[in-house]
Write a protein that binds this ligand. Structure first.
Ligand SMILES: NC(=O)c1ccc[n+]([C@@H]2O[C@H](COP(=O)([O-])OP(=O)(O)OC[C@H]3O[C@@H](n4cnc5c(N)ncnc54)[C@H](OP(=O)(O)O)[C@@H]3O)[C@@H](O)[C@H]2O)c1
Length: 367
């Protein structure tokens, strides 16, 4: 009896479906209904996949980060560090460090100055820059430390800085793209760009491209080191560079920006492989800096005592600046003095790097 009912119901459903499909071919109303059903199911599948991936990426990042990016992670990884790697002197080399008045940028500028380099600190605030500069000169005894004032959220200011700096005609051996921020609210710059994008992506892109002629003079030893973030593990590359679609999230936008920096570094390595310039992106781990305290106060409090110092955060930047280039992989992403994966397992972010060419086209059109 039960089987007969089941058969009957199945038969009715199939008949109804056939009738519906027959109607679809003749009635625009039913055709529309079918299209809506397909779109709805497609949208639902996309939503579920998106949710699952986002949750997986965030959880995997949280666990991986807690184990590796904190101070304990640094202390563990540092057991493999070779002290002689940092004993290299770089007198006569010119290093440009952006965002050098604070946190990781300050620690980088100070360490490079203590290795004998001539250091150009690019800071947006003259007073803060001067204070940082005199601290570095007195702690290192190196008088060859200079201040360049530039707000890297503005293309016109970057252009005038680049032309001012180019007139010095000094070769640039090391460019450290460190300046960055995580602005939680959607702020638009006077040039009409979303602020995180303006500094983290467009500023990094424009500074590097405009410095290329000076980097070329320093080839084959020239290198560009971009301070990205492990936060980029949580997101694929997207062409929505200014977060125009959906509800704005500063943390998500920051992660997207940092993903662009990693993909851009890969692209630069490929584009300029014959110019004698090495391109590296890196992740400093989670370091206690004024930037983190301001942008992520809860995170800062939660991990109080477990965060790296700015010097520990800067360690891999300095290592990348000092090592012979033969030891390094251009286009690579580095963490704690070693090449690190650019994608978390099963995170489905790898394929997204295929859109970097169109992103470069967009960035080129904005500079
Ligand atoms: N700390 C971490 O745990 C961590 C983790 C991953 C990645 N990072 C990255 O590390 C880099 C340094 O960050 P931090 O933690 O050391 O933060 P920080 O102490 O706030 O340093 C950021 C630097 O960037 C400068 N800057 C911001 N906007 C600028 C602009 N429009 N023009 C010029 N300079 C600008 C800041 O100048 P002002 O002082 O004038 O604001 C400051 O000197 C950033 O790229 C950040 O994304 C940090």
């Amino acid at each position: 009896m039960k089987n007969a009912t089941l058969y009957f119901e199945f038969h009715i459903s199939i008949t109804a479906l056939i009738m519906f499909l027959l109607k679809v071919t003749t009635s625009p109303f039913h055709l529309l209904l079918l299209l809506k059903l397909i779109l709805c199911l497609g949208g639902l599948t996309d939503f579920i996949f998106c949710f699952v991936y986002k949750t997986w990426r965030a959880s995997a990042f949280g666990v991986y980060g807690y184990l590796n990016f904190t101070r304990n992670g640094f202390l563990e990884h540092s057991k493999k560090f070779k002290p002689e790697d940092m004993e290299i002197r770089i007198e006569g080399k010119n290093c440009v460090v952006t965002g050098a008045n604070s946190g990781i940028g300050f620690a980088t500028a100070e360490a490079l100055a203590s290795c004998g380099a001539t250091v150009y600190m690019v800071c947006r605030n003259k007073e803060k820059g001067e204070t940082a500069l005199s601290k570095i000169q007195s702690s290192t005894g190196n008088p060859n430390v200079h201040l360049e004032v530039c707000d890297l959220s503005s293309i016109s200011k970057i252009k005038s800085f680049a032309s001012r700096f180019s007139s010095k005609d000094v070769p640039v051996h090391v460019l450290v793209n460190n300046a960055g921020l995580m602005e939680q609210k959607r702020v638009t710059t006077s040039e009409g760009f979303e602020l995180n994008f303006a500094v983290n992506v467009l500023g990094t892109y424009a500074t590097t491209e405009l410095m290329l002629p000076l980097l070329e003079i320093a080839s084959p030893d020239a290198r560009v080191i971009t301070v990205s973030s492990g936060g980029m593990y949580t997101t694929p590359l997207t062409s929505d560079l200014q977060f125009s679609d959906g509800k704005f999230s500063g943390a998500e936008q920051y992660a997207r920006n940092k993903r662009v920096q990693v993909a851009l570094t890969e692209k630069w390595a490929e584009m300029y492989k014959n110019k004698g310039i090495g391109f590296y992106s890196m992740h400093p781990g989670w370091a206690e800096t004024p930037g983190v305290a301001k942008s992520l106060p809860d995170f800062n409090k939660w991990l109080s005592g477990k965060l790296r110092t700015s010097e520990e955060g800067a360690d891999t930047v300095i290592w990348l600046a000092l090592q012979p280039k033969e030891k390094l992989v251009s286009g690579g992403f580095y963490f704690d003095r070693a090449e690190a994966p650019k994608h978390l397992k099963f995170a489905a972010t790898r394929q997204s790097h295929a859109i970097i060419d169109s992103i470069v086209d967009t960035l080129r059109s904005l500079v």
